[in-house]
Design a protein around this ligand. Structure first.
Ligand code: NAD
Length: 297
């Protein structure tokens, strides 16, 4: 059924996500700080929102897709923002990738004011946002999750309820921390094999059917050759940029410090992706960390 939706944050991800909500038959009022981004959303079937307050005032559902925690806190809690201007009882969905503490603080403030709210960060890049095949990891109570599900289904394929408020962000950063670590381990193994005279394809054939097997190897091999559509075969053009991996690794370490969880490999991996950034290579795919491991950066 048709729902009145406000969409705030029409960037690389939010633009196509808003377009898919409109395509699904919802009435979407779209806004951003960038007029050009609003113009593109209007071309894609959305209504023009001149400000956050204007976009949210009649909406049953508000979706935000913003860069980081500071933007989310501002857009929700300041006077111009969502909580001060949305309809009573509206459902609020933040799909930005942000720190766990900001997610929990904003949801707590929103629910205190009588709104239903979930954090619903995504996995899958611009291609998945455009194709409507994102994975959503959702944190919030059962009732809010049940209301959010049909909206998220217009933008994604897999919708997971990860538990209470903030748990969507927890699932996202723990998964990406593991991915970031396993990618570096895979690079080290392929580099060592090559240095010892074992070629990438032969090592792949053995290890991908043995206990070293992991997604970083079999779906995204950082050594050119064995996985034809992996970024390693196009000089590490993304894909998933190292700079975005670094953002998620930093969020994981920030959360780990606060939780007093020991994550030595996460910390080391963050430092290595930061070296890619320092070398000006954070626009390469994150599997381009192979260049650093090989000494080519
Ligand atoms: P982006 O920078 O392209 O888009 C963010 C948009 O928010 C911009 O258009 C900006 O103008 C707008 N914005 C900022 N402050 C605003 C405000 N106060 N009011 C209205 N609009 C405002 O970023 P993106 O790539 O679309 O990513 C969005 C989020 O999704 C980030 O948290 C990112 O980590 C996460 N994410 C991105 C990808 C990806 O592949 N790009 C994948 C998964 C998750």
């Amino acid at each position: 059924s048709m729902t009145s939706i406000a969409f705030i944050g029409l960037g690389n991800m939010g633009g196509p996500m808003a377009a898919n909500l409109a395509k699904a038959g919802h009435e979407v009022t779209a806004t951003d700080l960038s007029i050009g981004a609003i113009d593109r959303a209007v071309e894609a079937g959305c209504k023009r929102g001149d400000s956050v307050a204007d976009a949210v005032k009649d909406a049953d559902v508000v979706v935000t897709m913003l860069p980081a925690g500071a933007h989310v806190r501002s857009v929700y809690t300041e006077g111009y923002g969502v909580l001060a201007n949305a309809k009573e009882g509206a459902l609020l969905i933040d799909s930005s990738t942000i720190d766990v503490d900001s997610a929990r603080a904003v949801i707590s403030t929103a629910t205190d004011k009588g709104f239903a709210m979930v954090d619903a960060p995504v996995s899958g890049g611009v291609a998945a946002a455009t194709g409507g095949t994102l994975t959503f990891m959702v944190g919030g109570d059962d009732e809010a999750f049940a209301r959010a599900r049909p909206v998220l289904e217009a933008m994604g394929k897999n919708i997971f309820h990860a538990g209470a408020a903030g748990n969507g962000q927890v699932a996202k950063i723990c998964n990406n921390m593991l991915l970031g670590i396993s990618m570096i381990g895979t690079c080290e193994a392929f580099n060592l094999a090559e240095k010892l005279g074992l070629d990438a394809q032969t090592f792949f054939d053995i290890s991908s059917t043995a206990s070293g097997q992991c997604w970083s190897m079999t779906s995204y091999c950082p050594a050119p050759g064995p996985v034809p559509n992996a970024p390693s075969n196009r000089d590490y053009q993304p894909g998933f940029a190292a700079g975005m991996m670094l953002k998620d690794m930093r969020l994981a370490q920030e959360a780990a410090h606060k939780a007093k969880a020991s994550t030595p490999l996460g910390a080391q991996s963050e430092a290595l992706y930061a070296l890619m950034e320092a070398a000006g290579k954070d626009n390469l795919d994150f599997s381009g960390i192979m260049k650093l491991v090989r000494g080519d950066l």
